[in-house]
Design a binder for this molecule. Structure first.
Ligand code: MG
Length: 282
């Protein structure tokens, strides 16, 4: 496949990504797929879905896990509800992630992604150690399905994430780099952090955001690609510099405004096409 194929975050029946038809209409060749609900994660649904993908000439590059009960309402709610960090749902969600990995295998996808949640910043915290145990379990399960696991950036600094990856000590654990999240959560600076963790980056989101006036306390604001504080041309320069050549997956989740969402994604595609030209990656 050509370097830097364009992509978009998409959904079937769960999650906030665009519908497959929108990706097709915009002639986007790759998607990150939000995992469908449990009752549609069957071989029959997978076969039908694969047929549609084939008809649309779209390839899934990563299946993202999401869970009932997660809320991104504000930063403290994320800490309480997202990923494998909340203890009351950890076992059930770990099991569900394994099922999503199995479903992704049926779809022929070799990467699963997730927001692990807010990893404790102190490695001597007992919860940190428990989280390592479930991450290893998940990586080992994914390995049986010949998959890598991609942790999405955003809820912790690059240093905490690097330490967590190294402590997990599994060679199929990598990073999905989302530059906007670092700004929205107020935990880092996209360009610096991308250089720091670049050797682990196997997928990326193209998303933009503006800093909150109280970084880390209140949310920043997610905005159309190229209009925020990420500095997309500079981000593309660093992706080029670290040798990343996987899909450029646009993430813009405003499904309540489908027409606006489509128009913004179209603009984002134009922007990325220009960047690919500028960097000679076409
Ligand atoms: Mg993202």
């Amino acid at each position: 496949m050509e370097p830097w194929p364009l992509g978009v975050f998409a959904s079937i029946d769960a999650g906030l990504g665009v519908k497959l038809e929108v990706a097709h209409e915009l002639a986007i060749p790759t998607i990150h797929l939000h995992a469908p609900h449990a009752d549609t994660r069957t071989p029959e649904h997978a076969a039908r879905f694969l047929q549609r993908l084939k008809a649309f000439d779209i390839r899934i590059s990563c299946v993202f896990c999401g869970f009932d009960g997660e809320s991104y309402a504000d930063i403290p709610t994320v800490a309480r509800t997202v990923g494998l960090v909340p203890t009351s749902t950890r076992a059930a969600r770990t099991q569900e992630m394994k099922e999503i990995s199995d479903f992704a295998r049926i779809l022929g996808v070799d990467a699963i992604g997730l927001h692990v949640g807010c990893v404790p910043h102190d490695p001597t915290d007992a919860e940190y150690g428990r989280l390592l145990v479930v991450m290893r379990e998940l990586c080992d399960h994914a390995r049986k399905n010949r998959q890598n696991v991609h942790l999405e950036t955003g809820q912790e600094s690059a240093d905490v994430l690097l330490k967590f990856l190294e402590d997990t000590a599994r060679d199929n654990l990598f990073i999905n780099f989302d530059p906007a999240n670092l700004i929205l959560y107020g935990v880092g600076h996209p360009l610096e952090d991308l250089r720091k963790v670049g050797r682990y980056v196997r997928s990326v989101h193209l998303k933009d955001g503006k800093w909150s006036d109280k970084p880390g306390v209140t949310w920043g604001q997610e905005v159309p690609l190229g209009t925020g504080d990420v500095n997309i041309p500079a981000y593309m320069d660093v992706l080029n510099e670290i040798g990343y050549d996987g899909p450029l997956t646009i993430e813009r989740e405003i499904p309540e405004q489908a027409e606006r969402q489509k128009a913004e994604i179209r603009n984002a595609l134009d922007l990325l096409q220009r960047e690919k030209l500028r960097l000679g990656r076409v």
